[in-house]
Ligand binder design. Sequence first.
Ligand code: HBI
Ligand code: FE
Length: 260
Amino acid sequence: MNDHVIDQGFDAYTDSEHAVWRTLFERQSKLLPGRAAPEFVEGLKALGVAADGIPNFEALSDILEAATGWRIVAVAGLVPDDVFFRHLANRRFPVTNWIRKPEQLDYLQEPDVFHDCFGHVPMLFNPVFADYMAAYGRGGMKALNLGALKLLARLYWYTVEFGLIRTEDGLRIYGAGIVSSRGETTFSLEDESPNRLAFDLLRIMRTDYIIDHYQQTYFVIDSYDQLFDATRPDFTPYYAQLKPLPSLSPDQVLPTDERI
Ligand code: HBI
Ligand code: FE
């Protein structure tokens, strides 16, 4: 079974590629305190080793593994779903090894090393979130066998990628897709256009998403325990319940939704 893991090619990175990483790292590190969740900011400190250039995945993995048992593995880009879930279930996070071009600083379609490493890795230092990600991987492998990938992919999208968390100081960001994007970092918290709804597992698994612009709806958790506890039960009955229901469009709000 090909796990799609490649050599990172760390020595092949050019100075200009490290400079793109530094620009993005410095820009987001300034923007995120007071906007990102404290757990993300905490994890970012550990990532501090990578402030001046694209990190060496092996060295970063040694630090991460000591914290929560996770390692990062280099991949060339998106890998098949079953391969992705198997990695997560084994506490391996696949990180793309190439970085965007200088002219793509503000947006690119496919995740690059900045999205994957700066966006996702800091939260993997949080033990509860790290357990959630491993549980998600196990759930993903089961979902594939049940033909329910689409439903479970929505949970990943609206939490791991674009999740917000409620704190006593206000809403904070923990989603990788937001923290790695300058524009969406401010949009997700400060713009009045998107809906912000309380986390609701079945509601999320019914909700479609569009991949190439800011979210029209963000889901807000109260804690990472809430997220992890949601993944404890076997999802089979949820899938059976959801299958006959129509999907909801990303901008829809139901009367039963709790607005934040
Ligand atoms: N592959 N490298 C990589 N990174 C991802 O985030 C990823 C993937 N393959 C599939 C996938 N994500 C989706 O199926 C999940 O979002 C559910
Ligand atoms: Fe991602």
